[in-house]
Design a protein around this ligand. Structure first.
Ligand SMILES: Nc1nc2c(ncn2[C@@H]2O[C@H](COP(=O)(O)OP(=O)(O)O)[C@@H](O)[C@H]2O)c(=O)[nH]1
Ligand SMILES: [Mg+2]
Length: 193
């Protein structure tokens, strides 16, 4: 797959604001600061398409991007950010859960995990949730450029034991471009079906 067109489409703050279920959606989820905005910008080649921020936990919206006038990339709000209040956290957890569970046009969920600490409690909870609801998901290990050789081996072992239903695990670095072609090849499979 080649992305020839990418543009912001719409931001929504609740389920009733979601677009019609018409085009396929590739959904990106992960903890705050995992590198999701950076990954979206590097995949599309559009700098600043998704805003990158030094202050994690600020994006509380579901952002839709039109890709090739064919499908959407959907950027979910980051989870697991400690400074967010309890009530707000619960509300967002509920929104994310309902969206992931019920949205019929989701073709694939891409779960981003920080390759240095890939299975923190909130990540495991997300993996369990996806597996319980039998949603098609793949894993991207972000910031792979930061790993030592030893950590690479450890990370792979952890993935093999905890994300058993993942369709793929891609080692990714937005900085070097590592993993980009591999990830795009996986997308082909889910969009052309
Ligand atoms: N070393 C390294 N840092 C990255 C990579 N991707 C993102 N980052 C850094 O991680 C921080 C959070 O990135 P951002 O995309 O805003 O994360 P988000 O909160 O998940 O959207 C920023 O300082 C990025 O520069 C990567 O592949 N390698
Ligand atoms: Mg972001």
């Amino acid at each position: 797959m080649k992305i020839t067109f990418a543009a912001f489409y719409i931001s929504v703050s609740n389920l009733s604001g979601l677009p019609e279920e018409s085009s396929p959606e590739i959904v990106f989820a992960g903890r705050s600061n995992v590198g999701k905005s950076t990954l979206l910008n590097s995949l599309t080649g559009v700098k600043g398409l998704a805003k990158t921020s030094a202050t994690p936990g600020k994006t509380r919206l579901i952002n839709y991007f039109n890709i090739n006038n064919e499908f959407y990339f959907v950027d979910l709000p980051g989870y697991g950010y400690a400074a967010v209040g309890h009530a707000e956290k619960a509300a967002w957890g509920h929104l994310l859960a309902s969206y992931i569970e019920h949205r019929r046009t989701i073709s694939l969920i891409v779960l981003l995990l920080d390759s240095r600490h890939p299975a923190m409690q909130s990540d495991r909870a997300m993996i369990d949730f996806l597996e319980f609801h039998e949603r098609p998901y793949g894993i991207v290990l972000t910031k792979y450029d930061k790993l030592t050789q030893k950590e690479k081996v450890q990370t792979r072992r952890i993935m093999e034991s905890c994300a058993t239903k993942a369709k793929f695990v891609v080692n990714y670095s937005s900085f070097s471009g590592k993993g980009k072609n591999e990830l795009m090849a996986h997308f082909d499979h889910y969009i052309s079906q």
